[in-house]
Design a protein around this ligand. Sequence first.
Ligand SMILES: *Cc1c(COP(=O)(O)O)cnc(C)c1O
Length: 422
Amino acid sequence: MKSEELFAYAKNYLPGGVNSPVRAFKPYPFFASKAEGSRLFSVDGNSYIDYCLAYGPLVLGHAYPPVVDAVKKQLLKGSAYGVPTENEIKLAKEVIKRIPCAEMVRFVNSGTEATMSAIRLARAVTGKKKIVKFEGAYHGAHDYVLVKSGSGAIGLPDSPGVPEETTENTILIPFNNKEAVSDLFNRESEDLAAIILEPVMGNVGCIPPKKGYLEFLRKITSENNVILIFDEVITGFRIDAGGAQEYFGVTPDLVTLGKVLGGGFPMGALAGKKEFMERIAPSGDVYQAGTFNGNPISITAGLETLKHLDRKFYQESEKKGLKMRRGLQDILHDLSLEYQVVGLSSMFQLYFTPSEVWDYSQAKTADTDKFAQYFHSLLSADVFVMPSQFECCFISKAHSLDDIEVTLEAMSDAVLTAEKKI
Ligand SMILES: *Cc1c(COP(=O)(O)O)cnc(C)c1O
């Protein structure tokens, strides 16, 4: 069956035909048949240069041979034990070596679980209830944070089924705005347990922190006994070996990790200061558990993946990212368009708005109709970028400079299409 037919068929059995909302782009998503390196193949016989990369995990590209080999070996030895393994210690040590704030780690199964557990821990440690999140930030699909999220949740500021009692303890403020934070702290720092943020927002496009903003958050939280949580589910191991906290030189109290950490398999982690982490059961009283926590397959894939993320990898990511962003800028310049090219390291996005984008409300000025034209023009040229204006595209180790050049040519036509010039 072809994708169009499969999608119609899938809708009978899976809500909306998919298992995660953002995948259901219009008119129908292509169904995957296989993937390798920078390419994702569809059941329709197309081969796309992939900048979605499963929404972030695949920094090395699809089916990276050393990861495939390591996982094959582990698979023959069993896929779940229910008792600990030495590799869990090894991966924890690798995380601790790389991520500045990490002194101890709890492995979980997804980024969602990681942020849920981090928030619970922050509330337990401080004995306070309220948490602060930024408009447009996405921290997974659980109740605490499902308030004006990014990703598929945009436009659903509050999902039905989330009790008001849950979200009344979640305070929303705009990103990159010091005053909003100061005002809030003046009003209610006594009730605030934590600030959770994506240090580079990656679920409403791509929004970096303004200079000095992370330092400001670090200072004000330290002074007020509020836990600073960096949600580095996207940025962790992607923009630098030590994630955004190394890239920007600001160390939070807790970090949540996921995506890249599992090397293409389901995984998340919560890490931070030992005194906080030791509050987690069974060494402490804060409950956290999971049948598949520290699953040997994901742990093996993560261990093998991190081995390939050396200095050279980050230098090349930066180089490829720059080539993509500069190329896009040149395209806009040649057409006298004032749209925003954003991103850093291997992250990039083009916002169809002349407004600078430093927060959610500015991101929302982007023209999503134009973006949709751009997306579909790229798709017909065998380039798969994120299907939403409010996501961030990724480049992997497997992407060649050639791939990027081919992509830029397609982007030039795609922008013209969006402008209805061809
Ligand atoms: C993807 C993402 C999550 C959720 O991770 P899942 O593994 O999808 O549950 C949380 N935070 C951020 C910043 C993310 O990008």
